[in-house]
Design a protein. Structure first.
Length: 365
């Protein structure tokens, strides 16, 4: 590695930062306050910056089961939650947290019939009766769509789903492992290895092994060759922090949901059985934005693309392809100029559709 004088100064500054503080990334979470709690869920309202008055239909971030809600708030400067809040949108987060009793984790039926509907109603009440714009990543996106299909009377304004695979045959775990075996994706290898709750055990073990090789053997080389790039160092540090948190979350719910959706590729074959009834994505009656990552091994474009056909009852379906892998398409370097811009336009259109309603407060008698 040969650095220019400017690069040498930047590398020296970054090394001093690491030596003095032990980190480069700003991992402080966006400030938020609770507005609703219940079994397996807590709903938080993000606090807007001073001088910013939030407006428009509220946004609710829906994380996937078995993963930290921190996925939406990876680090300052590359946080989707920070971006949305600073844009002046009323924003909320559903956080299911790491459960202490894995055997009592909510299954697919509880998520679709109780956990997510209760969170939507809590946001609806707190936002003065405005309809809720859902933003879901990975399984969080699929659960958002299934909840909208199963609950047509829920106050949902729209759904934006990112990296939400509906064709499980096109997103087989073995296919997802191929990039790992070639060690081509750095941080994505860590995420895939630790997000192995939905993978069969032998493949999960292999993914974790390969991810470990990348983290402890190849990652130092990548760090050394990017010592002059503070943004790269901060992103690598933030992904490591996220995957460390991810390892504390039980994956039994993700595995159960994955098996249910994988059985006969249910979503492509007329819907999935939930609570004794069939829930079909064709029953979604709200506008939907779907974003797929061009480099996503877990939810490749071909596995997300069928949403256009399946969402036949939605008044609008928009499909976009952005750069990045499974986590990168949500909150990677390029997401700021691709995925986030698509989402900004979508949420702006939601404000036009539903207007800006004043807050309503009930006066105690």
């Amino acid at each position: 590695m040969i650095l220019s004088p400017r690069g040498l100064r930047a590398a020296t500054f970054n090394l001093l930062q690491l030596a003095m503080y032990g980190h480069v990334a700003d991992l402080r979470p966006m400030p938020a306050e609770p507005v609703g709690d219940g079994p397996h869920r807590s709903v938080h309202r993000y606090r807007p910056p001073e001088g910013v008055v939030p407006a428009g239909p509220p946004v609710l971030f829906v994380p996937p089961p078995g993963a930290p809600a921190r996925c939406y708030d990876l680090r300052r400067g590359c946080s989707l939650a920070e971006h949305v809040v600073r844009a002046g949108r009323l924003s909320y987060l559903l956080d299911h947290g790491p459960l202490r009793c894995p055997d009592r984790e909510p299954d697919l039926e509880e998520w679709v019939s109780d956990v997510l509907p209760a969170a939507i109603r809590a946001v609806h009440r707190d936002a003065g009766g405005q309809p809720v714009q859902l933003v879901g990543w990975c399984l969080g996106g699929l659960l958002s769509l299934l909840t909208a299909a199963a609950g047509p009377r829920l106050p949902i304004a729209s759904a934006a789903v990112i990296a939400a695979s509906v064709d499980t045959a096109a997103a087989r775990p073995a296919a997802a492992l191929r990039p790992l075996l070639g060690l081509t994706r750095g941080a994505e290898a860590d995420v895939l290895g630790l997000m192995s709750g939905g993978l069969p055990r032998p493949l999960a073990k292999r993914a974790s092994q390969v991810a470990g090789i990348d983290k402890y053997m190849l990652r130092p080389c990548k760090i050394l060759t990017h010592l002059d790039n503070a943004d790269f160092l901060a992103q690598a540090e933030a992904v490591d922090h996220f995957t460390d948190e991810l390892s504390t979350y039980p994956g039994s719910t993700a595995r159960r949901i994955y098996r249910t959706l994988s059985r006969d590729n249910a979503l492509l074959r007329g819907g999935v059985q939930i609570g004794g009834r069939k829930v079909d994505l064709g029953d979604v009656r709200v506008p939907v934005l779907a974003i797929a990552g061009r480099g996503d091994a877990l939810a490749p474009v071909r596995a997300v693309l069928p949403l256009i056909r399946l969402l036949g009852g939605a008044p609008q379906v928009r499909f976009e392809i952005a750069t990045g892998g499974h986590l990168g398409v949500l909150t990677g370097h390029s997401a700021r100029t691709t995925t986030w811009r698509h989402l900004d336009r979508w949420l702006d259109e939601g404000t036009v559709r539903h207007g800006i309603r004043p807050q309503r407060f009930t006066v105690p008698v």
